[in-house]
Design a protein around this ligand. Structure first.
Ligand code: ZN
Length: 259
C-alpha cells in the first residue's frame, strides 16, 4: 500500500534506485551484503500472520517433554540472538511423519515431532534451533521477499507498464515460498555458520551440529524422498565438510560461555 503510493509520488525508476541505495545491509557474522527492499516490520508482521495460519488446525504441543525441550533450548538461543524486539514463540507441531522445523521472521519458531522423535540431545536440538533462528535474524525471508518484489518492479520498468495491483500479493507469495520451499544454497551455508555462532554463545557444543546432521542423514537413508529439512540443503558431504572446517573457530566461544 505504502509502496504503491510512493511510486506515484516519486516515479518508479527513482524508487528502484532509492531501494537499491537504501536497501543494502550486511548479514550477521558473515557480513554478506543483502538487498532489502521491504521493511523489517512488514516482514515480521507477515511472519506472525503466517505462523498463526501454520499452527491453526494443527495438533500442537501434545508431548509436554518435547515442548519443554524445544522451549528450553530455543529460549536460550533466542537470548543470545540479541533481538529483544522479536516476539519469540516456540511450539511443537505434532506430525510424526514430518522431519522439519522452521523459524519465521520476528521470532516465530516451530519444530515438528518427527524431528524430535529422532531423539536429540539439547546440544543437537540447539543445532536445529541455531540454524533456523539464524535464517530469521539474518533476515533471509525478507531478502527473498525483496528479491521477488524487486524483480517485479524491474520487470515493470523494462516493460514500461504500471505495477500490477498484485504487487502486494506478491510479497505474500514470496514469503510463502520461504516457508514451503528451500532457501538458496548461500543462505543455507550462512545459516549453518550463524547457527554455530548462536549455539556456541548459548553454551551448546557446536560439535553436536555434526552428530545432528549425521542423524538426519541416517534418517533419510533408504527413504524415497529426503526429509524436507535435508532436501532444501546443500549436499551431505559438502555440508559436513564445511561444518567440520568451521567448528574449531567456535569452540573457544563455547568454552567461554559454558563455564
Ligand atoms: Zn535452512
Amino acid at each position: 500500500m505504502e509502496m504503491r503510493a510512493s511510486i506515484r509520488r516519486t516515479g518508479l525508476s527513482l524508487l528502484v534506485f532509492a531501494g537499491i541505495l537504501s536497501g543494502c545491509a550486511s548479514a550477521p557474522v558473515t557480513g554478506r551484503q543483502q538487498f532489502l527492499l521491504v521493511s523489517e516490520s512488514d516482514v515480521n508482521q507477515l511472519g506472525a500472520v503466517t505462523y498463526q495460519k501454520e499452527l491453526s488446525g494443527q495438533p500442537i504441543n501434545r508431548n509436554p517433554q518435547q515442548v519443554a525441550q524445544v522451549r528450553r533450548v530455543g529460549e536460550r538461543i533466542a537470548r543470545v540472538a540479541n533481538r529483544p524486539d522479536y516476539k519469540w514463540e516456540f511450539n511443537v507441531i505434532d506430525e510424526p511423519q514430518t522431519i522439519n522445523a522452521f523459524a519465521l521472521p520476528g521470532g516465530k519458531v516451530a519444530v515438528y515431532s518427527g524431528l524430535l522423535n529422532l531423539g536429540l540431545s539439547d546440544d543437537e536440538l540447539a543445532a536445529v534451533m541455531g540454524h533456523e533462528i539464524a535464517h530469521a535474524i539474518a533476515q533471509h525471508s525478507r531478502e527473498r521477499v525483496s528479491q521477488e518484489v524487486g524483480l517485479n518492479l524491474a520487470m515493470s520498468v523494462l516493460g514500461g507498464g504500471r505495477i500490477s495491483p498484485a504487487t502486494s500479493q506478491l510479497i505474500n507469495t514470496a514469503f510463502g515460498i520461504g516457508v514451503e520451499l528451500p532457501f538458496g544454497r548461500r543462505q543455507e551455508s550462512e545459516a549453518d555458520l550463524v547457527g554455530l555462532d548462536l549455539m556456541a554463545r548459548a553454551g551448546y557444543n557446536p560439535e553436536a551440529a555434526l552428530s545432528f546432521w549425521q542423524k538426519m542423514m541416517r534418517a533419510s537413508a533408504g527413504q524415497p524422498r529426503p526429509p524436507q529439512f535435508l532436501s532444501s540443503h546443500p549436499s551431505d558431504e559438502a555440508r559436513l565438510a564445511a561444518l567440520r572446517a568451521a567448528i574449531p573457530r567456535y569452540m573457544p566461544i563455547y568454552r567461554q560461555a559454558h563455564r
